[in-house]
Design a protein around this ligand. Structure first.
Ligand SMILES: *Cc1c(COP(=O)(O)O)cnc(C)c1O
Length: 385
């Protein structure tokens, strides 16, 4: 108990203490907190579907038809028609033989990695990968090495020279779009390296799925990569698709193997069928309304064109995740507070979410933002910086 209190105080003093805001009302570009409305650049609701009337309606219809709780794990009696149809649609959309739903992206990553790698295997992972990928690797008991961010030379070296134990499986794991930097993993190079050394490439496209590529197919579509160049693809449904849950897409064999062995799949309650039903609608909107991706591109281009004149470091990326690197955690917090006083919400992202000394404001855009929202953001930043 004493130790807990000491740790809380340490975090407070280091500007690392985090607390929650209570939103009253739906997620969106404008959110209400304590009866005040803010312009928000915080959510991962990139396509603006979290509160889309058709998705809301589908959730209601789903609840009427299928009830609220799924009542059991998928392998018992929790797997219902909307889950099954959504899996088929996700498989078709990603061009894979099969897709498998998980309750969250965190669980998908932990479950997949610990199912595919074990004690005698090795995992090479990007140093900036999402926490769930790190945790999955640790839980697998495989030998984990983390290469420098997007450093394919270092990875090449490890793949060629780190063969002492002659492992049976080598898994290379990367975010598709890195969640705190917004940059895209060098997938074509990673694919070549993996193919040449018989390693399996796993991509967590939580931020790319629905956003990148002409049809929203994500990182693979962005690079025009053939489907089997990324044999293990993870996507999440709580971000661009605006609902909840996650999926893994791949071969028939991969999916059947995961159904038997992924513990976060087997030993957990299936997500509510109504959520799967609603996600079918948001997947359809994501595919059929490319204007959402076009709008994002315009917002990002406009923001970057103007923000280069600000005295602050921009991230090197064209995706809807635009970090402003501040460095010091205290300064990031102060800036976020000043923005909030002026009616704009942007999260200050601090260690341990990002490396020490790289605290930042993480701006995310949504298709529901207007150019005027970006103008307001830029003018406020100009005033504060
Ligand atoms: C958000 C995120 C996850 C976790 O997905 P949830 O569905 O929110 O659990 C996994 N990987 C990355 C890269 C993410 O950004």
């Amino acid at each position: 108990m004493k130790h807990w209190q000491a740790e809380l105080e340490r975090r407070q003093q280091a500007s690392l203490y985090r607390s929650r805001r209570v939103l009253d009302g739906p997620q969106g570009v404008n959110v209400t907190i304590d009866n005040k409305t803010y312009l928000s650049f915080c959510s991962n609701d990139y396509l603006g579907l979290a509160n889309h009337p058709l998705v809301v309606e589908a959730l209601q219809t789903g609840a009427t038809r299928y009830g609220v709780g799924s009542g059991a794990a998928h392998l018992v009696t929790g797997h219902s028609t909307p889950h099954h149809l959504l899996e088929q649609e996700l498989a078709e959309f990603t061009g894979r033989e099969r897709a498998l739903l998980f309750s969250t992206g965190y669980m998908a990553n932990v479950g997949v990695i610990s199912a595919l790698a074990g004690r005698n295997d090795r995992i090479f992972a990007d140093r900036l990968n999402h926490a769930s990928l790190v945790d999955g690797a640790l839980l697998s008991h495989a030998k984990l090495r983390r290469y420098r961010h997007s450093d394919t030379e270092q990875l090449r070296d490890w793949l060629q020279n780190d063969t002492a134990n002659e492992p049976s499986t080598t898994l290379v794991v990367t975010d598709g779009i890195f969640s705190m930097d917004g940059d895209i993993a060098p997938l074509p190079k990673l694919n070549t390296l993996c193919t040449n050394s018989n390693a399996i490439l796993m991509v967590d496209d939580a931020h790319g799925f629905g956003v990148l590529g002409e049809h929203g197919g994500g990182c693979c579509e962005h690079f025009s990569l053939h489907n089997d160049t990324v044999p293990v693809l993870v996507g999440t449904l709580g971000k661009a698709l605006g609902t909840f849950g996650a999926f893994v897409a791949g071969s028939e064999t991969l999916i059947e193997y995961l159904i038997q062995t992924a513990r976060t799949y087997v030993y957990t309650t299936a997500l509510p069928p109504a959520v799967a039903h609603a996600t079918r609608t948001s997947l359809r909107l994501a595919r059929e309304e490319p204007w959402r991706r076009d709008q994002l591109k315009q917002l990002v281009a406009y923001f970057r064109r103007e923000a280069v004149h600000l005295p602050i470091t921009l991230g090197d990326t064209q995706t809807p995740i635009q970090p402003l690197i501040v460095g010091d955690a205290q300064r990031a917090v102060t800036l976020a507070e000043q923005l909030k006083e002026r009616g704009i919400l942007i999260p200050a992202i601090r260690p341990p979410t990002v490396p020490n000394g790289s605290a930042r404001l993480r701006i995310t855009f949504s298709a529901n933002h207007q150019l005027a929202d970006v103008t307001r953001l830029l003018e406020t930043l100009k005033e504060l910086l």
